[in-house]
Each structure stands twice: as structure tokens, then as C-alpha cells.
Design a binder for this molecule. Structure first.
Ligand SMILES: [Zn+2]
Length: 218
């Protein structure tokens, strides 16, 4: 399957010391939380994790891979390294460092994930199927192009920004929108926009956003 994002996962390579420490981690009980015994190992694992995060942020233009909130300069308090198939479930333990099973998401979306277990996977038993887009009900951050399913529009008026997420006519669009409660992003911003009405004639932000939404078929 062609990689829908750049740089491609296939072009990425860890350094030899990073591979070594990842293999030690994978042999341990909790691979992602593994603490190497020597300082060099600690540094190598830290480097590997940092490279993973940067790779995924780059692939998604420094936005959350589920809701497209900007993570540019957001720092560790807003950005999570995300295991798509949860690392805590023994069956997925060996996928803790699999690049296709990792992504960078905002804290809000990652919270929704933590509550869901792996309910978004159709067949969790077949390892080969886990690497295929059609085995996931949601838009997979590495196998699916987000833009094929959803469009995020936003209009900034002075210091305030309002958002609309437009669903295309796909099952993954609807599932992802519901799963991550993306309407919350809109409601918050539309409430803000309502508050703008007294400040701005006919709420220019809302009008502009409706125009934009029409262009995208909603
Ligand atoms: Zn998000």
C-alpha cells in the first residue's frame, strides 16, 4: 500500500544503538516504559522516541492526526505520542515501536482513545490485517489520507477563531467524527462566535465560515 504521507515510513531508519535498545525494550514486560540499565541506552531510547514524534508530526504538518488542531510549538503538555493499537494490551505489546502503529495527537483526542480500548479495530487477531486500512473503522493516521474523509475549516476574526469540520460521504468520516467528538471543537468555537455578534456586525466570522463550508459541500 502506498504511504499517504511524507516523509514515508519506509524511508525512516533508526541508528544501530537505537535498534539495539528497542529490541531490549521489546523483550521486557512493558516495552514502551522500559528503562535501560546504562546511560547510553537511556539516551538512545530517548533519541528514538523523539525521532518517532518528530517523524509523525512532520507527516501531519504539525497538526493532530485526528482533529487537525495545530501542534506547532505546542510542546509536551499538548502533544501525545499515540499508540493506535493500545500498548497495554498484551496482543499488541510487540507493536510498541512499530512506526505504523504510532502517531502524534493532541491530548484531547488521545483521551478519547484511552477510553475506547480497541473497539475501532475490526479483526484484532490477524496480524497481517492489522496493517491494512480496511481493518480500521476510523481514519488511520498512517494508512488513510485524512483529507479523503474530513475537511477542517477555520476562520479567525481578530483574536478569535471558529472551526467547522466537514464530513465527506464515507463511513470512516462519520465514525472518526463521532469517535473523537469533533463536534465539541465546533460547539466551543461557535459559542465564541455567538459572543462576537455584539462586537462585529452580522458576525462576519460565522458568515465567512458558512461560505467556506458551502464550497466543501455542507
Ligand atoms: Zn486532536
Amino acid at each position: 500500500m502506498a504511504d499517504p504521507y511524507q516523509p514515508s515510513l519506509n524511508d525512516f531508519a533508526f541508528e544501530a544503538d537505537e535498534i539495539e535498545v528497542i529490541n531490549l525494550a521489546l523483550a521486557s514486560e512493558k516495552p514502551w516504559d522500559y528503562v535501560p540499565e546504562c546511560d547510553a541506552g537511556v539516551a538512545a531510547l530517548k533519541n528514538a522516541k523523539s525521532k518517532i514524534l518528530n517523524l509523525h508530526l512532520q507527516r501531519h504538518g504539525w497538526t493532530c492526526c485526528y482533529c487537525r488542531t495545530s501542534l506547532q510549538g505546542a510542546g509536551p503538555f499538548m502533544t501525545d505520542r499515540e499508540h493506535i493499537l493500545p500498548k497495554g494490551k498484551p496482543v499488541y505489546k510487540m507493536l510498541s515501536y512499530a512506526l505504523w502503529n504510532l502517531a502524534a495527537a493532541c491530548k484531547r483526542c488521545n483521551m478519547q482513545f484511552k477510553r475506547s480500548g480497541d473497539s475501532f479495530v475490526i479483526n484484532s487477531e490477524d496480524h497481517d490485517a492489522l496493517m491494512k486500512s480496511d481493518n480500521y473503522l476510523l481514519i488511520h493516521p498512517n494508512f488513510d489520507l485524512w483529507d479523503d474523509h474530513l475537511t477542517r475549516l477555520s476562520v479567525q476574526v481578530n483574536a478569535k477563531t471558529i472551526v467547522k469540520i466537514v464530513c465527506r460521504d464515507t463511513d470512516k468520516a462519520v465514525y472518526t467524527h463521532d469517535f473523537f467528538h469533533l463536534e465539541e471543537l465546533e460547539i466551543d468555537s461557535f459559542d465564541t462566535a455567538q459572543g462576537l455578534e455584539s462586537e462585529i456586525e452580522e458576525s462576519a466570522a460565522v458568515i465567512e465560515l458558512r461560505k467556506l463550508a458551502k464550497v466543501f459541500g455542507q
